[in-house]
Design a protein. Structure first.
Length: 168
């Protein structure tokens, strides 16, 4: 990893402890194994946004206690070959974190047969870290719409509602 030791420790610890990360802008559940973030996707699993073997990925990690952005880092995605040593290590971590799997004990076989397991290894400098966060919220601008909110409440409405309650 091309970052300082304290930055590498921040990336690893924050990613390990967070139950959710954003990879290329999409929230994913994950694990940490072999020095990288591990995710599984495919039929019956989460979609993996733009992850390709050898491609770059941007990972944003939230703080476990506050839930806000803690660190954003870039990494190189690696598609792990089913039943390889790296795949086995990643799956061992991921299977304990997978909630409500439709096939329980057969989940690992399904992953090997139908799914993709990626490991994203941190590379390069951190994009965001404590002390260097952008001032803006990062929220997307709402889409323009012709829909409107209801106008003002008619002055007589509270009295009408009060009468109905008395009758009941």
């Amino acid at each position: 990893m091309g970052v300082k030791t304290e930055e590498a420790a921040l990336v690893e610890e924050a990613t390990k402890k967070s139950g959710l990360v954003w990879v290329n802008g999409r929230a994913l559940w994950h694990g940490w194994a072999g020095g990288g973030l591990c995710v599984v996707g495919g039929p019956g699993e989460q979609p993996l946004p733009g992850l390709v073997d050898g491609g770059a990925a941007t990972v944003t990690v939230r703080s476990k206690d506050k839930g806000g952005r803690l660190v954003t880092w870039t990494g190189k995605a690696e598609l792990l070959a089913p039943r390889s040593e790296k795949w086995d290590a990643a799956v061992a971590e991921l299977k304990g974190r997978r909630l409500n799997a439709p096939d329980g004990e057969h989940m690992v076989e399904r992953w090997a047969r139908e799914c993709e397991v990626f490991r994203v290894v941190p590379e390069g400098e951190l994009l965001e870290a404590p002390g260097t966060m952008p001032a803006g919220s990062g929220a997307a601008v709402p889409v323009a719409t012709p829909a409107t909110t209801r106008g003002e409440v008619p002055a007589a409405l509270p009295r009408l509602l009060a009468r109905r309650r008395k009758r009941a």
